[in-house]
Ligand binder design. Structure first.
Ligand code: UFG
Length: 330
């Protein structure tokens, strides 16, 4: 990474992805400021950064932060991410993921901070017409979460044209795993994501894992996802920031490993990694879930020279398992 010492504002830096990003930037010698309202994040997950508790709905507060720091790049991780919840409570998703993001972007433009890395999602594609999904795939979200992220991508296009705000949107497939040195990991409360829940069964914190639907049009009837290691995901952000500062251009990339695993396959791997029995319960489908989401990441590999260091799902689960054991033993 050839990025010179840069000042990053990490919005949502106390959450799962934001905290790993903050740690990586800190270890590379960059200056990092974290803004988080702690609605879902944890202050003790912020390592090596100045922490400011603030809400991005509050323009005045944000303005103070931009005026008192010389920020080069903003990375925005503060979003609600639960697909099922977005179907039940769409107000919450549009308010936070769209309206608050709009406030942040307006404040950036007013303060002439013109580089933005946005956490987008595979959910903007909806039910795929083909897999693996490339950037040209039609965008037709099937849940409010996906709509909220696509709206921001569209806003960013307009803001580049009108105000010269440069952005890179990274459409994550399924972020997973933990810091290989076990300093950080996935910590949602309540937890809704598959891998941590499966590992909670393995560690004895939970009795069984419910599989949401086993009648999908996939090899074993369960949903297929593309799991990407959190460290690889953060590296893509670094490369994106570097490219944006160098080229002064906005771009969008799909970000995954390109390998699809069904829920049942994942549970089998988790049983091998943990050497524990994992009890399964069949449950009905969860609203808003496409059957298969697998990334075509050719573009991010070609343009940003991104290569995953941990493409193997077994290793992704192993790192998550080490975190679960450490967390559980606390
Ligand atoms: N699942 C279960 N049981 C559970 C939890 C999840 O069967 O207890 C299933 C889900 O239905 C889904 C798969 O496991 O089929 C993965 O679910 P996650 O909740 O772990 O992840 P999602 O695929 O729903 O969502 C994640 C991110 C989103 C992102 C999406 C893109 O949370 O932000 O990936 O694929 F948009």
């Amino acid at each position: 990474m050839s990025l010179d010492k840069t000042t990053f504002l990490i919005v949502g830096g106390a959450g799962y992805i934001g905290s790993h990003m903050t740690l990586m930037l800190h270890e590379l010698g960059h200056q990092v400021i974290v803004v988080d309202n702690l609605s879902t994040g944890f202050e003790d997950a912020v390592i090596g950064a100045k922490f400011i508790r603030a809400d991005i709905h509050d323009y005045h507060n944000l303005d103070q932060i931009f005026m008192s720091h010389s920020i080069d790049v903003v990375m925005h991780f503060a979003a609600h991410i639960d697909v099922g919840e977005s179907v039940r409570d769409p107000f919450k998703y549009y308010r936070n993921n769209v309206v608050a993001t709009q406030t942040l972007l307006e404040c950036m433009v007013a303060n002439k901070v013109n580089h933005f890395v946005f956490s987008s999602t595979a959910a903007i594609f909806g039910e795929p017409e083909y897999v693996p999904i490339d950037e040209a795939h039609i965008k037709q979200p099937i849940n409010p979460y996906g709509h909220s992220k696509l709206m921001v991508e569209q806003m960013l296009e307009s803001y580049d044209q009108a105000y010269g705000l440069k952005s890179i949107c990274l459409r994550y497939f399924n972020a997973a795993g933990a810091d290989p040195k076990t300093r950080l990991g996935e910590r949602h409360d309540p937890e809704t994501h598959l891998i941590p829940l499966v590992l909670q069964v393995a560690s004895g914190r939970r009795d069984a894992i419910s599989i949401f639907g086993d009648d999908y049009d996939t090899q074993d009837g369960t949903c297929v996802r593309d799991y990407i290691h959190i460290v690889d995901l953060c590296k893509a952000h670094l490369l994106a920031a570097e490219c944006m500062l160098r080229e002064k251009a906005s771009q969008r990339f799909n970000l995954g490993n390109g390998n699809g695993y069904s829920i049942k396959q994942l549970i089998d791997i988790a049983m091998r990694v943990t050497n524990k029995e994992i009890i399964i319960q069949s449950s009905s489908r969860r609203e808003g879930d496409p059957a298969t989401l697998v990334a075509d990441s050719t573009l991010v590999k070609n343009i940003l020279n991104w290569e995953p260091e941990y493409p193997d799902l077994e290793e992704i689960i192993l790192h998550a398992w080490k975190w679960e054991l450490k967390h559980f033993n606390r």
